[in-house]
Design a protein around this ligand. Structure first.
Ligand SMILES: *C/C=C(C)/C=C/C=C(C)/C=C/C1=C(C)CCCC1(C)C
Length: 267
């Protein structure tokens, strides 16, 4: 047994499987809570169910695959599993809120984002550090901007702080957009781009995936917000929830899969 490989693969597998088992045991408490059966045309409910199951599957996959990638990618895999794991936990409640006829699970949604988005910023930082541009200042600014984005979204959607009267939803949306715009600026600016170009193929793949996810995958959320706020003709809160659920699968699950793909192909 070498110094940097103190545990055998068999031990690692056992640890990963035990963690999964513990998750499942805890999870079934909420998973098996009393629900009314879904109607066959309840598309919002169906999307909640699909997202819940997929988040669990992603989490299991990332935890188990963590031991099949080179050491330097393991932390990224762990963070990817935490993102989908925390989301799975909240989805078990969100679909319940929906199934019980209590409408849009706004508070659970934002609590989830408040945990998973900072975790994703950590993921971004790990990739930026791998291309040599990740600094503390950059990490702090990305974290700050993501919090501005989420807090503004919460006030705008909940109406908990009606600071802007008649245009409350619009102005909070615009403030949230500024937070997102700052993140895009950090990821698309020239020096980061040229630094990335000098990384290994795997690191470049991870970097490009991250940028596309934050640009296009994240764009689904402000669109959903506008629908939910009744600012797009003929669209409403149901459309918003379907979009949010799809967006979460793309940005948490597919993003994690891209990290895994990059890691697997890094010799
Ligand atoms: C796993 C959850 C993720 C990646 C959530 C991301 C959420 C956003 C990118 C939300 C963005 C918003 C704006 C850009 C403006 C309006 C308010 C928000 C919060 C919907």
């Amino acid at each position: 047994m070498g110094l940097n490989k103190p545990y055998s693969n068999a031990t690692r597998t056992k640890v990963a499987l035990s963690a999964l088992l513990a998750m499942l045991v805890v999870g079934t408490q909420t998973v098996s809570a009393a629900t009314t059966a879904l109607e066959s045309n309840d598309w919002v409910g169906i999307s909640f169910w699909i997202a819940t199951a997929m988040m669990l599957a992603f989490t299991a996959f990332f935890l188990i695959e963590r031991q099949n990638v080179p050491d330097k990618w393991k932390t990224s895999m762990t963070v990817a599993a935490l993102v989908t794991g925390v989301a799975w936990y909240h989805y078990t409640y969100m679909r319940e809120v929906w199934a019980m006829g209590d409408g849009s699970p706004l508070v659970y949604r934002y609590i989830d984002w408040l945990i998973t988005v900072p975790l994703q910023v950590i993921e971004f930082y790990l990739i930026l550090a791998a291309i040599g541009v990740g600094t503390f200042v950059m990490f702090r600014n990305l974290m700050g901007a993501s919090l501005v984005m989420l807090v503004a979204g919460f006030f705008g959607e909940s109406g908990a702080w009606d600071l802007f009267g008649d245009s409350n939803a619009e102005v909070w949306w615009a403030i949230g957009m500024l937070g997102w715009a700052y993140i895009l600026y950090e990821l698309w600016k020239g020096d980061v781009e040229s630094a990335a170009a000098s990384g290994s193929d795997s690191v470049q793949f991870a970097f490009n995936s991250m940028r596309l996810i934050v640009t296009f995958g994240w764009a689904i959320y402000p669109l959903g917000y506008l629908m939910g706020a009744g600012l797009i003709d003929g669209m409403g809160s149901d459309d918003m929830n379907i979009l949010y659920n799809i967006a979460d699968l793309v940005n948490k699950g597919a993003f994690g899969m891209m990290i895994w793909y990059a890691a697997k192909n890094d010799a």
